[in-house]
Design a protein around this ligand. Structure first.
Ligand code: SF4
Length: 366
């Protein structure tokens, strides 16, 4: 297929005519930063409650550094959504506490319906998930019954229930390549940039839903070129949820885990990073002698807060994590009728990862 197959679906994206951040409600719910003494007490309290409740903390690279460090220190994991799903599936704890956004909690619940899954704030959403409502997505699928439905992890349980495959950014490329080799035509949702990148790399016949991530959408190619010129020896690391013009300037394109690995393995000393700046904590921890710069966003004219940080990821903090363990509230529930259908595309991905021996971080080496 030579021309790009796309379909435009209206969705709740920041209004380009406004100057303020359309996700202000999420920023407003950002938990208070505890004072140093309070923080020490909170961490001790959370550690105690995790142990008492047979609970494990699973944190994404984009959440507050305190929650990343705490996950590591308590035998949990800090990672990308593929490893988070894998880890929660394998870990024996009775309760999984997911510091991330809602679809991550739902994925943990779908894979572990018998376990209790808690989140610091259930209102932590994702623009990709919000931009792909299940009823519109079902209509899209109904209109293209000849296509294999591949959805990104950043979707609701109801959308996953309609899919043949779920993918994360770590594994999307080999799965689509595999489907292409089997002669399958693909219906892809919801991220148009990641879908376009995979279409460019594989030449697969893909019909793309037109969603995007409000954080990655803001990286700007011209400004990145200028930053590259100022740091000619820097390696540019880009997440494929970024616009194509930005991806084309990358030295390495990959998932959060793949970008961290590239930073560790490269001999470069300076890196320009185009993904949520929550990842910089991990990069700086693992590579303390290297310099990490944030890729430029649109600055004052941006449609979102343009701070390279997800407003929903920022809703996770020590205070609401402690509260959720104390009260046992904010439990994730997924419709029991949806779980058997939603688990299939996720399990298919996990089995495929195992088959191709995709390195994932397992229990014990987190
Ligand atoms: S950074 Fe983007 S893709 Fe990730 S949770 Fe936030 S809005 Fe969704």
């Amino acid at each position: 297929m030579n021309s790009r197959s796309t379909i435009s679906i209206a969705y709740d994206h920041p209004n380009t005519t406004q100057t303020s951040c359309s996700t202000a409600h999420a920023w407003a719910k950002r938990p208070r930063e505890p004072e140093p003494e309070e923080k020490v007490a909170l961490i001790a309290n959370i550690k105690r409650m995790l142990k008492e409740q047979d609970a494990v903390l699973v944190s994404h690279y984009y959440v507050h550094p305190d929650l990343q460090d705490l996950a590591e220190a308590t035998g949990g994991i800090v990672s990308d959504s593929l490893d988070m799903a894998n880890f929660s599936h394998q870990h024996p704890a009775k309760t999984i506490v997911v510091a991330g956004v809602r679809f991550m909690g739902e994925t943990a619940k779908i894979l572990n319906p018998e376990k209790r899954v808690l989140m610091p704030d259930l209102a932590a959403e994702c623009s990709l998930d919000l931009g792909c409502p299940a009823d519109e997505f079902n209509a899209f699928c109904d209109a293209h019954p000849d296509r294999t439905v591949v959805v990104y992890a950043n979707t609701s349980a109801a959308v996953k229930a309609r899919a043949d495959w779920m993918v994360t950014s770590s594994i999307a490329l080999p799965i689509v390549q595999h489907l292409k080799e089997r002669g399958e035509k693909i219906l892809w949702a919801p991220d148009r940039h990641l879908g376009g990148y995979i279409q460019d790399k594989t030449g697969a016949d893909m019909l793309l839903w037109q969603g995007s991530c409000i954080v990655h959408d803001e990286y700007k190619a011209q400004e990145l070129l200028a930053l590259k010129a100022a740091h000619p020896h820097a390696l540019v690391l880009v997440h494929p949820e970024s616009p194509r013009a930005v991806v084309q300037l990358a030295d390495v394109v990959g998932s959060t885990s793949q970008l961290i690995k590239a930073a560790q393995q490269s001999i470069a000393q300076i890196f320009i990073v185009a993904t949520d700046n929550g990842i910089l904590h991990r990069m700086r921890t693992l590579c303390p002698d290297k310099l990490f710069l944030e890729a430029p966003t649109a600055g004052k004219g941006a449609t979102c807060k343009s701070c390279s940080h997800c407003p929903w990821m920022a809703m996770n903090g020590l205070i609401n994590l402690a509260e959720v363990l104390e009260k046992g509230n904010n439990e994730i529930h997924v419709d029991a009728a949806v779980i058997p259908r939603a688990v299939k595309p996720i399990q298919r991905m996990l089995d495929f990862a195992q088959m191709i021996k995709l390195p994932t971080r397992s229990i014990g080496n987190a």
